[in-house]
Design a protein around this ligand. Structure first.
Ligand SMILES: [Zn+2]
Length: 568
């Protein structure tokens, strides 16, 4: 059902009432709504970012937006009218880069706030685990959340779990092993690091237990439990509770990727999805054309196939590491910097990467690439430029993920390629670690969102959950203030002054990146009725209050999918 079906949209009519006659005619045309919301402060994210008092929903679509009085025209015998009492409403929020919601079947370290909390959790798991059996952690934690702001060492893990191999999985780039695990997988201080990986050593040359990026391939973890519909439903339940109605899944979810995609499609078929998913096929770490072709062939959906619930957006590639492995043109500092000789990790070198990018471009695929350091960004820009010379990528919604560190000369080249920038709030969580690795000046300029917006890029917000918790209000707060959880403000000059811009990054900009701005991303007649009523007005709320914002109610396709107990 769209507004185009009836001659006058109520909003136009409301603006253009010339006399009672026209108003009466309009009433005759107006469609009765299922839901009519009035007396709110509705951020529409339309072209002018206008605010409205109310809107009407019929079926899965908005049919009208405007002043409360004008919404009365859509009240029929079967309509439910909801008084928002001034509450703030936003189009359904989107996470532009989310793997999963965190958690999992492993040891939960997400609430550890000190090394002893972390070691206690591992120790408890060890007591419950038969000697010799591996203990694995979930990956949704970071040492920056710990008072000591460092990782545990192999020998510290030995103290609490001397009889079991322990593998702490941290984010998407690092494992920390205890001595039993190092022995189990025959890793010694003489083991060479695989290409694109690092085996961590302390200053005395002994193993500290850390395996970074491709060095993780030295370890074989027990295969993850199969991913099923339950996982997909658990993810959407948690995200809906924060007003999130759309997420872009960049090449990995949890467990086997295609099993996960099948589960998403099965949930879609059963009509149980309440989160719209834009999924990128997994080219992460792929170094050869054959393997890339095999991955493309295995996908049940080609690019842009699917529907507004599950769609394949393109292919996700990766060239460098994460927090401690971003590939930089200037060396890391401190212990990790190894006396100014460590520049991060090239996970996929320029030559194979460029060949893969060109091959995907020739096949009409849309590419997005993980690039954390500025040297990695050079690699991506060079490859995209080479591909662009063969067949233009402009206007085809290619993108780059993360862009922690970039240089002014790169901005110019990026603009020529017309790529979208997908940014997340890693700095909010990991600031002290990033300062330790990169020095305060470089750390203070990480993920310069204001610069990216000022340069006119399509900038899309996200969290990289479970690397950073998926709370969209933390992200909004961080980009607005540049404040961090544990270490104060980093780079005041990169504060984004416009809250409207920040909201657009997680609503309409997202829809533009996924090519769906004609059907969602704003509250406008004819679009899918995805929206959230929030506990606070993000446009005026005191900065300190923003991280505590909650969703009071979340609607997807005109149906309530979450309601907070405190709402009505
Ligand atoms: Zn990621």
């Amino acid at each position: 059902m769209t507004s185009r079906r009836f001659g006058l949209t109520p909003r136009l009519a409301a603006c253009a009432i010339a006399g009672l006659e026209l108003a009466a005619a309009n009433r005759a045309f107006a469609q009765a709504a299922d839901l009519v919301f009035v007396n709110g402060k509705v951020f529409t994210a339309d072209a002018r970012s206008s605010l409205a008092e109310g809107f009407a929903v019929r079926g899965d679509r908005f049919i009208a937006v405007g002043p409360s009085a004008a919404m009365q025209e859509h009240v029929g015998p079967g309509s439910r009218v909801i008084d928002l009492h001034g509450r703030f409403v936003t189009p359904g929020l989107a996470d532009g880069h989310l793997h999963n919601e965190g958690g999992g079947p492993g040891v939960d370290l997400s609430s550890a706030r000190s090394l002893s909390d972390l070691l206690d959790a591992v120790g408890r798991a060890a007591k419950d685990t038969t000697p010799g059996k591996p203990i694995i952690s979930n990956n949704d934690w970071h040492e920056a959340q710990l008072r000591e702001q460092r990782l545990p060492t192999a020998s510290e893990l030995d103290l609490v779990a001397p009889m079991n191999p322990v593998v702490l999985v941290r984010g998407g780039h690092e494992y920390i092993l205890n001595s039993v695990a190092l022995r189990l997988w025959n890793i010694t201080k003489f083991t060479p690091a695989p290409a694109g990986g690092e085996i961590g050593k302390s200053t005395d040359g002994e193993l500290n237990g850390e395996l970074v990026d491709n060095a993780r391939s030295l370890v074989t973890l027990p295969s993850a439990p199969p991913v099923g519909i339950d996982n997909v439903l658990a993810t959407q339940r948690k995200l809906n509770a924060y007003g999130i109605t759309s997420a872009r899944i960049p090449g990995s979810y949890r467990g086997d990727f295609f099993q996960a995609l099948d589960a998403m499609l099965e949930a879609r078929k059963r009509g149980t999805l309440t989160l719209r998913l834009n999924v990128y096929l997994p080219g992460i770490g792929v170094r050869d054309l054959e393997r890339m072709r095999a991955i493309l062939a295995r996908s049940p959906l080609k690019q842009d196939e699917g529907d507004e619930w599950v769609r394949v957006g393109g292919v996700k590639l990766l060239v460098d590491g994460g927090f401690e492995g971003g590939h930089m043109t200037k060396p890391f500092v401190g212990e990790l910097g190894k006396g100014g000789t460590y520049y991060g990790i090239t996970v996929v070198p320029a030559e194979p990467y460029t060949e893969i990018v060109k091959m995907l471009n020739a096949g009409g695929w849309r590419v997005t690439t993980h690039a954390v350091g500025d040297a990695a960004l050079d690699e991506v820009i060079d490859a995209y430029t080479a591909a662009n010379a063969e067949h233009s990528i402009r206007g085809r919604r290619w993108a780059i993920e993360h862009l922690f560190v970039s240089r002014p000369d790169q901005i110019e080249r990026l603009k020529k390629l017309d790529v979208a920038l997908s940014v997340q709030d890693h700095l909010y969580l990991a600031a002290p670690s990033l300062k330790k690795y990169l020095g305060s000046e470089r750390a203070s300029q990480i993920t310069p969102v204001k610069t990216y917006l000022d340069q006119g890029f399509l900038v899309v917000g996200g969290t990289d959950s479970p690397v950073v918790p998926f709370n969209p209000f933390w992200e909004f707060y961080h980009f607005l203030t540049r404040d961090t959880i544990a270490d104060g403000v980093y780079g005041e000059n990169e504060r984004v002054a416009s809250r409207v811009d920040l909201l657009r990054m997680i609503t309409i900009n997202y829809a533009q990146l996924t090519g769906e701005s004609n059907i969602k991303g704003s509250i406008e007649p004819g679009k899918l009725a995805d929206f959230a009523v929030l506990s606070g007005d993000l446009l005026t709320l005191g900065e300190r209050e923003i991280p505590r914002t909650k969703a009071l109610a979340t609607y997807v396709a005109g149906k309530e999918v979450y309601r907070d107990a405190s709402f009505q």
